[in-house]
Design a protein around this ligand. Structure first.
Ligand code: WT7
Length: 654
């Protein structure tokens, strides 16, 4: 039978009764890219040699002299090696008989379609690299992107990589102010955007929003606009250029720049514990090795697969598992512009059926939305081509796991629950589908060569039970720093434990040495799989004229995982009413973007603080989740929280 086997829990001694194990079918395992312990054994025997073997899957102009130089917290991988990421994603496939293979099968939200072969991508990337060059872009320059999900985004990133320019992609849902700050932090000289993009039948007015940002971005010399539709926009003579016009005049070939393994490939901003986003820096050789190897073995990628990662390229998931990992492997993949519920709630399943998707990678928040919409939507479609499912972004709750397995995977597809971060660059804790047995809710065990562990507060190893997730040895795709802020890099990741990477996540190890991710242990929220810091939202709120003080907490939400609750103390003369609540929510959207819109705003005359003046978020979370209050003994004034709880209950019980 070609079915995932559910092993009877009674046969596994050490298991608790309610625990279930899943395992890929015999056929799946037999055909898998790896189906025994050899990769784990190789990595356990010699980690550096293992990664060097993985790196040999790439094409290098010059081979490295040294696999790893490690001066904590600074790692250099494949020192002396030279390669080009765009060459690895395109030229080598074009040369190896894959020029006519579909690279990207794209569908726009309105239903328009384009298929770009490896040859097409190669030609477009070469030409666009020449366009950038003509505008003065050189190796090391930063190019910002503010784009919808269209092939030109991948083309633009690979064109940067071809020249050795550094891309900084800003998610199209971020606000103009967020775009401005990221452009300024990176000192980008060129911005690539589009007239607009489609989302739920609406227009994302990207160029219009970019224009607002561009009022305060002195480093930008040129703006390139891709024409996606017929969206109204302003073109500034001399600065703004149409993509298609530039491309008409561009030469067909651009020599790829041989990059040092440690040359910067990109910057990607992510939220940290302060209000200021961090520009995470990734370099070329190690990053490409990490995404290449994990795509091949975690997704068991084969030449005939149709791979679909539903993430937006504006997040790291899209960088690693749309652009670099799949393309370095010569994959055929689906790219979809729009929303999963447009025009109907079966759009994803329609796409899976239409293009015969075999591997599908999405986020738990999406799965929970599908569950809520009902089984009838996937049931309308033939999903038999699917053979492997993936999950990323937050812990997948066992209910969502089971639903995904049954209604999308037809009880046939293994699910790879993949834990990683913007900082880690590639997947770190994950099953290998032909090897690792699955437990719903657990990301299972570290990828070969990943030295993840669980530490207690004082730095001792936790054998079984909960603690902080750490990585004890460097890995090729690790971040190399925070752009322009070496102090913060050390402080954030390397100061809790000497020479050891601190992830910011809590985790538990069970009696089978499986890892269970428990969420962030710092002031970072995870809303629909997106990272937002409480401080970022707080500073957006106090930026409003009415707000004296605010405290933001992430609270449980059935679909989003977490939602944002904001406690706000108003200045004298402002009325706490529904109108102001809406204004404040809009203000946060304007400062950060819709992803940061607070679900609830709770007005309060005071906030609960410790005697030293620290806001007690734990209590605020209890209040906003309607729970009994935890320990209040450290409060300076216990009546504040009692009053707050009463006000809150009156307001939300109605
Ligand atoms: C944080 C990283 C990396 C891709 C998307 C998010 C959480 C991610 C899992 C998972 C439990 C997960 C962690 C992590 N997270 N994947 N499979 N199980 N938690 O990237 O924005 O950098 O966020 O997402 O809390 O630290 P990111």
């Amino acid at each position: 039978m070609n079915e995932t086997t559910v092993l009877d829990s009674a046969t596994i001694q050490s298991l608790l009764e309610e625990e279930r194990w899943f395992e890929a079918s015999k056929t799946f395992r037999e055909k898998a890219n790896t189906n025994n312990s050899s990769l784990y054994d190789m990595a356990a025997h010699n980690r550096e040699e293992f990664w060097a073997t993985m790196a040999e899957g790439l094409d290098w102009y010059e081979k490295w002299r040294t696999v790893l130089e490690w001066n904590p917290p600074y790692a250099k991988w494949f020192v002396g090696g030279k390669l080009n990421a765009s060459y690895n994603c395109l030229d080598r496939h074009v040369k190896n008989g894959m020029r006519n293979k579909a690279a990207i099968i794209w569908e726009g939200e309105p239903g328009d379609q384009r298929t770009l072969t490896y040859w097409d991508m190669y030609r477009e990337v070469n030409k666009f690299a020449n366009c950038l060059k003509r505008l003065g872009v050189q190796k090391g320059d930063r190019v910002a992107f503010y784009m919808p999900m269209i092939p030109e985004l991948a083309i633009g990133m690979l064109a940067c990589a071809r020249l050795g320019a550094v891309h900084s992609v800003v998610f199209g849902g971020f606000s103009p102010e967020a775009l401005r700050d990221r452009i300024n932090d990176a000192q980008a000289t060129v911005l690539v955007t589009a007239d607009g993009g489609y989302r739920r039948g609406n227009l994302l007015p990207l160029k219009h929003d970019a224009d607002l940002a561009l009022r305060e971005t002195p480093s930008i010399e040129h703006v390139i606009i891709v024409k996606r539709g017929d969206f109204p926009l302003h073109v500034k003579e001399g600065r703004d250029h149409w993509y298609h016009r530039l491309m008409q005049e561009a030469d067909a070939y651009c020599e790829p720049e041989p990059m040092e393994a440690e040359d910067m490939l990109y910057i990607l901003y992510t939220s940290g514990t302060t209000g200021k986003p961090k520009g995470i820096v990734h370099t070329t050789g190690g990053y490409l090795t990490g995404v290449y190897a994990t795509t091949k073995y975690v997704f068991d990628l084969k030449p005939e697969d149709v791979f679909w990662c539903t993430a937006d390229i504006g997040w790291v998931t899209g960088h690693s598992y749309i652009v670099y990992g799949p393309m370095a492997n010569g994959a055929t993949q689906i790219m979809y512009e729009g929303s999963p519920d447009w025009p109907d709630r079966d759009r994803f399943w329609e796409l899976v059926e239409k293009y015969g998707v075999t591997i599908f990678y999405t986020a738990p928040t999406a799965i929970r939305a599908f569950m809520k919409w009902g089984d009838e939507w996937p049931a309308k479609h033939d999903l038999h081509t699917l053979r492997l499912l993936g999950s990323v972004g937050e812990p997948i709750n066992p209910e969502a796991w089971t639903w995904y397995h049954e209604y999308i995977g037809g009880n046939r597809c293994p699910i790879v629950d993949t834990w990683w971060q913007t900082e880690t660059g590639s997947i770190m804790i994950t099953p290998l589908p032909g090897v690792t047995r699955l437990k719903p809710g657990s990301a299972t065990i570290p990828f070969p060569g990943v030295d993840a562990d669980i530490f207690s507060e004082d730095g001792t190893r936790v054998d079984t039970g909960g603690g902080y997730l750490v990585v004890k040895s460097p890995w090729p795709s690790m971040l190399r720093g925070i752009y322009g802020d070496p102090e913060r890099f050390k402080q954030q990741y390397w100061s809790k434990y000497e020479g050891i990477y601190f992830t910011g996540d809590g985790a538990k190890r069970d009696e089978n040495d499986y890892f269970w991710l428990l969420g962030r242990v710092d002031d970072v929220m995870n809303v629909s799989g997106h990272r937002i810091s409480t401080m970022e939202v707080e500073s957006a709120l106090v930026d409003h004229e009415s707000t004296a003080e605010s405290a933001v907490v992430g609270i449980h939400h059935d679909v989003k995982g977490q939602a944002i609750a904001a406690f706000v103390t108003l200045k004298e003369g402002y009325e706490a009413d529904g109108k102001l609540e809406k204004k404040l929510k809009d203000h946060v959207v304007q400062k950060i973007g819709v992803i940061a819109r607070p679900e609830k705003i709770i007005f309060s005359a005071d906030l609960p603080k410790t005697r030293s003046g620290k806001i007690m978020r734990r209590l605020l979370r209890d209040i906003a989740e309607g729970k009994a209050l935890g320990d209040t003994t450290t409060l300076a004034d216990a009546s504040v929280v009692e009053k707050l709880k009463r006000t809150y209950e009156e307001e939300y019980s109605a």
